[in-house]
Design a protein around this ligand. Structure first.
Ligand code: GRF
Length: 221
């Protein structure tokens, strides 16, 4: 049997995206196994979700490390020693250093609650409202050295309503996040994602051997 895609999840807060991944795995529609969750915040509710679902989790407080590289180096060690093929950032409030990005090159996904390249960074629901856009949404992308700049995998669109607050818009967007993040991970697990520069293609049908070789977990294709 083909081994399941091993994922490592990075969290800092509520972990509702982590929950959507757990739920899809438990329902049998996401062929992945969460090998390890790392939180930089000991109080993250995401850790409680891990406990409930018997998912291994560890707290690494970034304040306890001398440099960003030391912190990232420790995260690399944890994920590499737990057979993590794909890193999934799910509300992780730290910027990754090139050390980490190179250790999992084009194997790190992030979700952002806006339609990139519009509104990168933080407080983006309020920024979308203040700008007056009629639509916003969410973006799953590969992480690169910039902030929310990596190649886009999938996006979903929601309307911005006249009476929206940052909270009501965030809730509408979050619902779509929970739908598309597991979907993007499943595309990856199926070996259907092909990256060409900035462009990400989702392949139909069987996977070409060259692409399978790119993902050690998918070499049986
Ligand atoms: C989400 O809106 C995500 O797009 C952003 O941080 C939030 C995390 O929410 N990066 P949760 O912790 O998954 O509930």
């Amino acid at each position: 049997m083909k081994p399941k895609l091993g994922i490592g999840v990075l969290v800092s807060g509520s972990g509702s995206n982590l929950q959507s991944i757990i739920d899809r795995i438990e329902e049998g529609c996401l062929d992945a196994e969460i090998k390890m969750v790392i939180s930089n915040n000991p109080d993250a509710y995401a850790l409680e979700r891990c406990r409930k679902h018997h998912i291994p989790a560890v707290v690494l407080r970034h304040q306890d490390f001398r440099t960003r590289e030391d912190f990232d180096g420790q995260m690399i060690d944890v994920f590499k020693s737990h057979q993590v093929d794909l890193v999934v950032m799910a509300g992780f409030m730290r910027v990754l250093t090139p050390l980490f990005l190179n250790a999992f090159s084009m194997k790190i996904m992030n979700i952002h609650p806006a339609l990139l390249p519009a509104f990168p960074g933080t407080h983006v629901q309020q920024k979308a409202i203040d700008y007056g856009v009629k639509f916003s949404g969410c973006t799953v992308h590969f992480a690169d050295e910039g902030v929310d700049t990596g190649p886009v995998i999938i996006q979903a669109v929601v309307p911005v309503l006249v009476d929206d607050t940052a909270d009501t818009l965030a809730a509408r967007i979050l619902k779509e996040e929970h739908r598309i993040y597991p979907q993007a991970i499943q595309f990856y697990a199926e070996g259907r994602i092909q990256i060409n520069g900035r462009k990400v293609f989702i392949r139909n049908g069987p996977v070409v051997p060259e692409f399978a070789a790119h993902n050690p977990s998918l070499t049986e294709f």
